[in-house]
Design a protein around this ligand. Structure first.
Ligand SMILES: [Zn+2]
Length: 288
């Protein structure tokens, strides 16, 4: 890393640890855009990611590594059954877990998860749950919720005999606990600029930097320098109570990064930026 990069990294770390912390211990960087400017979410697009590969979006997963593909169900035989796909590379390596689209309406998140299902791996294992909320993703109009107002990302660690979101959360939480991955992705998208709520825009959210300090800061820095993503990403911490990020970080002690892309940006750009970050982390852990 160059001296200027190290310097920026240091500044980012200092901002994170001191200046940006609020009274509640939160840290944040994103600047809220002018709320009087109308925002169009999910601008129209004329391509079908189902028919595409990661490499159709840019320089992503271009190596043709052979991979063993298996799957297993969560909540099998129930109304809330979902499938975890497992990619296994030929060489030994760590296991990572990718959770995409806990909010069904956040299309670039689970479209990216679905694209990564078609990737090859040199080493290690990648569990992929995408969409993690197919019920919200398949409803018309799409929604962040599982049923009516049940928000999966406020329902962790869940309950086996709770409401639908709590049952789904419990099944996923127990599976992550069982798999005990080295790293967990949580792919989302940020939407509105509502007063009284965080404006997330493009951001990388963490609850604890323990076990991923260098990875997180290097990645954040690269987004700021324009060498990783087409827009700079901001940082936020912690994840909200009941979220994948907060719960898996705090209860399982695993490193989790929540990726948020901004739904007012073109879909192709959002998917490319999500792929950039997933690819970066997979390279970091030696899976590709
Ligand atoms: Zn979300």
């Amino acid at each position: 890393m160059s001296t200027s990069k190290r310097f920026y990294c240091l500044i980012a770390a200092i901002m994170m640890l001191t200046g940006m912390a609020t009274a509640t211990g939160e840290v944040r960087m994103a600047v809220r855009p002018d709320p009087s400017v109308e925002v169009v979410l999910d601008p129209p697009y004329d391509f079908d990611p189902d028919q595409m590969l990661p490499r159709d979006f840019g320089d992503y997963f271009t190596q043709d590594h052979e991979v063993e593909v298996t799957s297993y169900p969560l909540l099998p035989g129930t109304e809330w059954e979902n499938e975890v796909l497992v990619l296994k590379g030929k060489e030994e390596g760590p296991t990572l877990y990718l959770i995409a689209g806990v909010h069904g309406g956040e299309i670039a998140a689970w479209m990216t998860g679905n694209l990564v299902k078609k990737a090859g791996l040199k080493a290690g294992t990648l569990h992929i749950l995408s969409p993690a909320n197919p019920w919200g993703a398949n409803r018309s109009p799409r929604t962040r919720y599982v049923t009516s107002e049940e928000d999966l990302n406020r329902s962790f660690p869940g309950k086996p005999d709770g409401n639908a979101a709590e049952m789904v959360a419990d099944a996923l939480f127990q599976d992550v606990k069982r798999v005990n991955p080295t790293f967990v992705f949580d792919l989302h998208e940020a939407a509105t600029n509502v007063e009284g709520r965080d404006f997330l825009g493009n951001s990388l959210i963490y609850t604890s930097l323990e076990k991923m300090n260098d990875l997180y800061l290097d990645m954040l820095l690269e987004t700021q320098l324009g060498t990783l993503t087409s827009v700079p990403f901001d940082f936020f911490s912690p994840g909200p109570a009941g979220s994948v990020n907060r719960t898996i970080s705090e209860l399982l002690g695993l490193p989790v990064i929540t990726v948020e892309t901004y739904r007012a940006d073109p879909l192709e750009m959002r998917i490319a930026n999500q792929l950039s970050i997933v690819q970066y982390v997979l390279q970091h852990y030696g899976l590709i």
